[in-house]
Design a protein around this ligand. Structure first.
Ligand code: ADP
Ligand code: ZN
Ligand code: MG
Length: 477
C-alpha cells in the first residue's frame, strides 16, 4: 500500500471544426486573433449557440470512460476576471455534468490498472497569454483570443491513484483513448491535453492528508516528476513535524521542483449560476445508443479482441494497442495472412527493438505491413527459420522483399533431411570428446550437438528437425 493519494484533472481539446458556442474556426497555430467573433470575444448582445459535434464528442468520451450519462446537463457561468477571458465568465457544466461515475482500465506493468472517473463535463477554453521575458517581472503581455471558446472536455478522477508511475500511465492511456476514438489530437505540446495533479500523503490512521494541486503540467514526464517531488517534499515536511498547506503550486521544469502559487483560501468565489443564454444539454437513450454504436473501438476493446480472437496474452494485446499506428499495422499484417502471434513478436520485439537501437519509428521507414507479413509468412510456413528471419529485419525495414533477400543469402531452409543427417554425422565425428562424455551419461550434451548442427547449417535447418535427427543419432551411439 502506498502512502500517497493522487487525483488528476485533465482538459482535452475537442477536434470539432468550429468552437464550442460560435462558428469560429477551431484550429491550432493560426495567426493570432484571426479566428474570433462577437460571441467568443464577449461583445455585448452576442448570443452563444451550442456546437452539436463537440457535444457528441464529449458524449463519446464519456461513454468510452464508462460513465453514467446525465440526460440533462445544464450550462453554468463560472465568473472570474482574467485578460484571457474577455466575457468575464467561462461557460461550463457544474453540479450535473454530462457524465459521472466512470472508469478507465489500462495496461500497467504486467497487469492492468483501473482508475475511477468522478466526472466529465464540457466547457469552453480561454485565450492564451504571452508574457515577455520572466513571468514575474515582465512588463508587457500579449493575448491571442483564437483559443477563446474552443471546446474542452474536463475529466476528473477519484483520489485513487497511488504512485507517480500510475499517474503517468493513466495520462498515457487517456491520451491514447482520445486518439483512438478520434475526438482530440491529444498533443500535449500544443496544449490539446493539459493536466493538473493533486497529491497528498496519508495520515498515520490511513485517512487522506491535505492535498496540494500542481497546475499546468505540459508533458507526462513533468507530471510524474512533479508528483515525485511533491511526494518527497510532503513526506519530509510531515517527518519534521510540519503540516502540509492546502495550496496550488506550479512545476519548474529546469529544477524539477514545485513552488507555491496561491493558497486555496485566496481562491475566487466563482459565483456559479445557470447560463441564461443557453438551454441545458439534453440527450436521450436512443441518441446515446446511436453514438455508442457508431463510435470507433477503444484501445481496451481492441486489446480484448486480440486476446480472444488471436489468443494473445494480455500483455501483448496491451503493447499492440499502445498507439493507433501499431494497432493498424498489426491488423493489416494479420489481414494479409501472417499469424497473429508471430506478427506480434516480430513487431513488438524484433522490429521495435531494432527501431529503438537505430532511433527509428514506424512510418519513418520503408517498412510496410505487406513487407512484414511476407517475412512472417516465410517463418510461418517453415521456409526460413526464426533465426534467419531476425537477420533479415534491417533489409525489410529498408524496403526489401524478404523472400528475395532470403534467396540471395541462401537462407531458405534445408528441406532435404539427408543433408541434415550428413551435418549431424560430421558434428559427431568432429567432437569425439563430447561423444565420450555423452556415452558416460552426460546426456545434457545433446543440446551442444544440436547447437553445433544448427551452426553448421548456417541457420538454415529447422531446430525441431535438427533436434529429432541429433537425438536419433545419439541414441544409436
Ligand atoms: P477541489 O474542491 O479542491 O477542486 P475536488 O474534491 O474537486 O477538490 O478534487 C479535485 C481533484 O483532487 C480530484 O481529482 C480528486 O480526486 C483529487 N483529490 C481530492 N482529495 C484528494 C486528496 N486528499 N489527495 C489527493 N488528491 C485528492
Ligand atoms: Zn467566435
Ligand atoms: Mg473541484
Amino acid at each position: 500500500m502506498s502512502d500517497l493519494v493522487i487525483g488528476i484533472e485533465v482538459h482535452v481539446q475537442l477536434l470539432s471544426a468550429t468552437k464550442m458556442f460560435c462558428g469560429c474556426k477551431n484550429s491550432f497555430g493560426d495567426e493570432p486573433n484571426t479566428n474570433v467573433c462577437p460571441v467568443c470575444l464577449g461583445l455585448p448582445g452576442a448570443l452563444p449557440v451550442v456546437n452539436e459535434k463537440a457535444t457528441q464528442m464529449g458524449l463519446q468520451l464519456a461513454l468510452a470512460l464508462n460513465c453514467k450519462i446525465n440526460e440533462v446537463a445544464p450550462y453554468y457561468r463560472k465568473n472570474y476576471f482574467y485578460p484571457d477571458l474577455p466575457k468575464g465568465y467561462q461557460i461550463t457544466q457544474y453540479a450535473t455534468p454530462l457524465g459521472q461515475k466512470g472508469f478507465l482500465e489500462f495496461p500497467f506493468g504486467k497487469g492492468k490498472k483501473r482508475v475511477d472517473i468522478t466526472r466529465i463535463h464540457l466547457e469552453e477554453d480561454a485565450g492564451k497569454m504571452f508574457h515577455s521575458g520572466d513571468i514575474t517581472k515582465s512588463s508587457s503581455s500579449l493575448v491571442d483570443y483564437n483559443r477563446c471558446g474552443a471546446p474542452l472536455a474536463e475529466i476528473v478522477t477519484e483520489p485513487c491513484i497511488e504512485t507517480p508511475e500510475e499517474a503517468q500511465a493513466y495520462l498515457f492511456a487517456l491520451r491514447n483513448l482520445v486518439r483512438f476514438i478520434g475526438i482530440s489530437t491529444g498533443n500535449m505540446e500544443e496544449g490539446a491535453l493539459r493536466c493538473d495533479v493533486n497529491v497528498s500523503v496519508k495520515n498515520p490512521d490511513g485517512s487522506f492528508g491535505t492535498k496540494v494541486e500542481v497546475k499546468n503540467l505540459n508533458s507526462f514526464r513533468s507530471a510524474r516528476r512533479a508528483l515525485e517531488f511533491e511526494a518527497k517534499r510532503q513526506r519530509d515536511l510531515i517527518a519534521q513535524g510540519g503540516q502540509v498547506t492546502a495550496e496550488t503550486r506550479h512545476f519548474i521544469e529546469s529544477t524539477g521542483e514545485t513552488a507555491g502559487m496561491r493558497s486555496k483560501e485566496e481562491l475566487n468565489d466563482y459565483r456559479y449560476f445557470p447560463e441564461p443564454d443557453l438551454p441545458p444539454m439534453v440527450t436521450n437513450t436512443s441518441q446515446i445508443e446511436k453514438i455508442r454504436q457508431e463510435m470507433p473501438k477503444t484501445p481496451g476493446q481492441i486489446a480484448e479482441k486480440f486476446e480472444k480472437e488471436y489468443g494473445l496474452s494480455q500483455y501483448d494485446a496491451g503493447v499492440l494497442t499502445q498507439d493507433k499506428e501499431t494497432t493498424a499495422f498489426f491488423e493489416e499484417c494479420v489481414k494479409n495472412g501472417a499469424s497473429p502471434k508471430k506478427t506480434c513478436s516480430f513487431l513488438t520485439v524484433e522490429i521495435q527493438g531494432y527501431f529503438a537501437k537505430e532511433g527509428l519509428s514506424l512510418g519513418q521507414t520503408k517498412l510496410t505491413p505487406k513487407l512484414l507479413s511476407e517475412l512472417v509468412k516465410l517463418v510461418d510456413s517453415g521456409q526460413i527459420t526464426n533465426q534467419s528471419a531476425k537477420t533479415i529485419i534491417p533489409d525489410v525495414v529498408a524496403g526489401s522483399s524478404s523472400e528475395k533477400v532470403a534467396k540471395e543469402r541462401n537462407l531458405i531452409v534445408i528441406e532435404d533431411e539427408s543433408a541434415i543427417i550428413e551435418l549431424v554425422k560430421q558434428v559427431i565425428e568432429n567432437n569425439p570428446k563430447q561423444v565420450e562424455q555423452y556415452k558416460q551419461g552426460k546426456t545434457a550434451l545433446s543440446g551442444f550437438f544440436i547447437g553445433q548442427v544448427l551452426k553448421a547449417s548456417c541457420g538454415k535447418a529447422q531446430a525441431e528437425t535438427v533436434k529429432r535427427l541429433v537425438e536419433e543419432a545419439l541414441s544409436r551411439l
